[in-house]
Ligand binder design. Structure first.
Ligand SMILES: Nc1ncnc2c1ncn2[C@@H]1O[C@H](COP(=O)(O)OP(=O)(O)O)[C@@H](O)[C@H]1O
Ligand SMILES: [Mg+2]
Length: 476
């Protein structure tokens, strides 16, 4: 999918592409009536095929739209067109902090503080509204020519973190700014995750580098470092950094979120407030987390894409790592459960779509591999539901896609019974044409009783007629 430059989408005239990220593309556009510049972000449609996504998207977008702050890129509008999700945002001029660091290397401490303070202001405000960013990183921080900062993409990470995203193995973006709790995929991610990520950004501004060995392609090693390795002293890379800033980086990037500095204890000069009396460990003094199962193993196992699980399991057993084998086995079990649940959900969707005669939905579910003869707990199939409601097109489609025409539900109904009972003659005729039969269920029994009844009546009338004729003959 691609937005076309110079086209008009809804009320927005697309000017040019300005960026691309893990979730989609970003375009500069002009809002036609108001003449103002906006940034439009389209969200990758193959991430959005899940039916609940739209509800979540709308809910989250409504919350984001309430964030109005000079250091936050405002969300102006959002809409869904042709199945593609669009967010219309304030256009932030300037360059991203990522590009600034790439261009200039370390940013002098004074300037770093000016940028950092504005990020903290944005976060304080959002956190006071109970909104967590979840994806603080230099490419989400825009800096204009007078060093005004705008933080972009509040909460988008949350919108996008649905299970279809993780299932396809697509990554939200870079791992490097993720907090240990995000790496572990903890359930209760809170505002302290933003403190950690901002601490890493602060480190990078001061040194021009990340505190990890970034020359590896392996997510595993990066995760291991995030979970285990103390944040190095920034002065190892760049000497001109004050003790205060070094301490601040250390306090923000504590592995255990309970040891992390709270945002209200960071004052707007980037220093730590004097009322924060906790002992401040130097980054080097952070003690490694000792647990029976190394957390990086857990994180690694959680990060393996589902389709690679069996492969990784094979590898782990080849090298004889029993702990890893156990963890992978557990994940494989839950994968099976997840797939079963998904299967249930998909077949429920198919039955519902057939019952409502939404032929496009039936088609798309079948195309995506849903079995045509899936049954509900009463053994009812999509064909039976379509027949019951008299959706002739849907019945034809299901037969065409190989539906078994004479399946019988647990109380003995076939699709033909359903059509007859509900007086859908056209559907009954189609079914008969393909060799449909009655079941031995209620309608079948009723059919039998009805036929027997008719035979008896016909026989009675015939007998009466014969007797009547005989009487007439004998009297005549
Ligand atoms: N509101 C905006 N105003 C100006 N530029 C933006 C805006 N949103 C995104 N961009 C640009 O588009 C790029 C891609 O953004 P995005 O899709 O959010 O990916 P990421 O955040 O991973 O870089 C950003 O790096 C930035 O250069
Ligand atoms: Mg972004």
């Amino acid at each position: 999918m691609s937005i076309i430059v110079d086209s008009v989408i809804q009320n927005y005239h697309i000017t040019r592409k300005i960026g691309e990220g893990g979730m989609g593309e970003v375009y500069l556009a002009e809002e036609v009536l108001l003449g103002r510049q906006v940034a439009i972000k389209s969200l990758n449609p193959n991430l959005t095929s899940d039916s609940q996504f739209s509800e979540r998207f709308v809910n989250e977008a409504r919350i984001q739209a309430k964030l109005i702050h000079p250091n936050i890129v405002a969300l102006y509008n959002f809409f869904i067109e042709d199945g593609i999700y669009y967010m219309v945002m304030e256009y932030a001029g300037g360059i991203t902090l990522k590009d600034l660091i790439a261009k200039n290397g370390p940013i002098p401490e004074k300037r770093t503080k000016q940028i950092f303070n504005q990020v903290i202001n944005a976060l304080s405000y959002a956190h006071s509204k109970k909104i967590i960013h979840r994806d603080i990183k230099p490419s989400n921080i825009m800096i204009d020519e007078t060093d005004n900062v705008k933080v972009m993409d509040f909460g988008i990470a949350r919108i996008m973190s649905d299970k279809h995203l993780t299932r396809t193995g697509a990554k939200l973006g870079t791992l490097y700014y993720m907090s240990p709790e995000q790496v572990r995929a903890d359930k209760n991610i809170d505002h302290l995750t933003d403190i950690y990520s901002t601490g890493i950004v602060l480190y990078e501004m001061l040194t021009g580098k990340l505190p990890y060995k970034t020359d590896t392609d392996s997510d595993f090693y990066v995760m291991k470092e995030i979970l285990e390795d103390a944040t190095p002293d920034p002065r190892d890379f760049y000497p001109h950094i004050s003790e205060d800033m070094v301490s601040l980086v250390g306090r923000m990037t504590q592995k255990d979120k309970n040891d992390r500095i709270e945002i209200h204890n960071i004052n707007n000069t980037g220093d730590i407030r004097s009322d924060d009396n906790k002992d401040i460990p130097h980054p080097h003094a952070i003690i490694k987390n000792q647990k029976s199962i190394p957390p990086e193993k857990i994180a690694y196992v959680n990060s393996v894409p589902l389709q690679r699980l069996e492969h990784e399991l094979q590898k782990a057993s080849n090298i004889g790592d029993d702990e890893l084998v156990d963890l992978l086995m557990n994940r494989l079990d839950s994968k099976q459960e997840e797939e079963d649940q998904d299967q249930d959900q998909d077949s429920a969707d198919l039955l519902l779509a057939a019952s409502e005669g939404v032929i496009e939905k039936v088609k798309s579910l079948l195309d995506s591999g849903e079995r045509v003869d899936s049954v509900d707990p009463d053994g009812l199939t999509a064909l039976m539901f379509a027949a019951e409601k008299g959706h002739a097109d849907c019945v034809r489609l299901l037969i065409d896609r190989g539906a078994n025409i004479n399946l019988v539900s647990s109380n003995g109904w076939t699709a033909l019974d359903m059509a007859i009972t509900n007086h859908h003659d056209e559907v009954a005729a189609i079914l008969r044409k393909y060799g449909a039969e009655n079941g031995n269920g209620q309608n079948g029994k009723f059919g039998f009783v009805k036929s027997a009844f008719i035979v008896i009546i016909v026989f009675d009338i015939f007998t009466l007629f014969v007797i009547f004729s005989m009487i007439r003959c004998s009297s005549g």
